[in-house]
Design a protein around this ligand. Structure first.
Ligand code: PMP
Length: 338
């Protein structure tokens, strides 16, 4: 029996799950890393640990200090829970458009939560800039008291995924893997896992599944940033090339519309028992596209990033989905009569 000594030790080593319907539909083995099983409920627990461990090692975060971060929510939850375990205060700046469930989850972790209006990255009101400024203000008052985690451009994020997530996937598949695909928010998962797999076998195909409204897929395929449409998926997509994304060895990319990814989220729950968030649907859509590209008999791995209960009021809410013109399965309608 394995006993984990604390929160950090319980992060990672997640199961790899065979997705039955996606596998049967493509004739490939489609496998998913169950990151929603991390102790804070998402793949971003790994990022939180990677960033904090690196800051501690480099003497950037002192005992009892304050961790400041801008986040769509999941990194904040990971940082706040790790902070609770290690004795750090956590201040999280988050766009107010994120799900109520994530905001509430953050508040109960004891983090100080500051909601800001959604703004483009070039606007000084963007949550990442507000977080950096906040850390600087705290340090001006009490030098060394605060540390800005900077998940988008701090490549300790990607490095952790390279050493851990990528190596786990290689070991769990015994190296029998032909492709890996996922969406990018910071790009840490895609770049880290991509680099780990390419280093072990250079012909493994690495693909980006990008939500509509993000500029990354067009950047990979055409060399310039360009976005069209929008998506209800949270935590993924980008209007710029982050330092973490910059070194991702990406071979293929697709822009995935919500009416392709959302039915997969619903099907994963209703037909296979996995309750996951919108980015997981984008990832599985990408895995199906990559499997079709490779042809039957191949093995494709993707990521189930977080749990669906974090988005119940959106992804599993018939009224919300209808308002967005998105399909509502009969069983979901039946679950909320009247
Ligand atoms: N899915 C969800 C739900 C997320 O919160 C994030 C991170 N923002 C991602 C996917 C993307 O992960 P990464 O930052 O490693 O690109």
């Amino acid at each position: 029996m394995t006993i984990h000594a604390n929160f950090a030790a319980a992060i990672g080593h997640t199961p790899l799950i065979r997705l039955r319907n996606a596998s049967e539909a493509t004739g490939c083995e489609i496998l998913a890393k169950a990151e929603f099983l991390n102790p804070g409920g998402s793949v971003k627990d790994r990022t939180a640990l990677g960033l904090v461990d690196d800051a501690e090692r480099r003497g950037l975060l002192r005992a009892g200090g304050t961790v400041v971060e801008g986040t769509a929510g999941n990194t904040g939850i990971g940082l706040a829970l790790l902070g609770a375990s290690r004795g750090y205060r956590t201040v999280i700046v988050m766009p107010e458009t994120q799900s109520r469930e994530k905001i509430d989850a953050l508040r109960v972790t004891g983090a100080e939560v500051r909601l800001v209006p959604a703004a483009p990255y070039k606007d000084p009101g963007h949550y990442a800039h507000v977080a950096r400024a906040l850390a600087e203000a705290l340090n001006a008052r009490d030098p060394g008291s605060a540390w800005f985690a900077n998940q988008f451009d701090n490549t300790a994020n990607r490095d952790w995924h390279e050493v851990h997530t990528g190596a786990e996937i290689w070991a769990q598949t015994d190296g029998r893997i032909d492709g890996f695909v996922c969406a990018a928010g910071t790009g840490g998962t895609l770049a880290g896992v991509g680099r780990a797999l390419k280093a072990r076998r250079s012909d493994i195909r690495i693909a980006l599944a990008d939500p509509c409204g993000s500029a990354l897929a067009h950047f990979v395929t055409h060399g310039e940033l360009h976005a069209e449409g929008n998506s209800i998926s949270e935590g993924i997509g980008s209007s710029r090339i982050t330092a973490n994304f910059a070194d991702a060895p990406v071979d293929l990319a697709w822009s995935i519309p919500d009416d392709e990814s959302l039915p997969l989220v619903h099907d994963l729950l209703h037909a296979e028992g996995y309750c996951v968030g919108g980015s997981s649907g984008v990832n599985v859509a990408g895995a199906i596209r990559l499997a079709r590209e490779l042809g039957p008999g191949h093995t494709v791995v993707t990521v189930l990033c977080d749990g669906g209960m974090r988005y119940q009021g959106k992804l599993f809410n018939p009224a919300f989905l209808r308002g967005k013109g998105l399909p509502v399965p009969d069983w979901l309608d039946a679950a909320f009569p009247g």
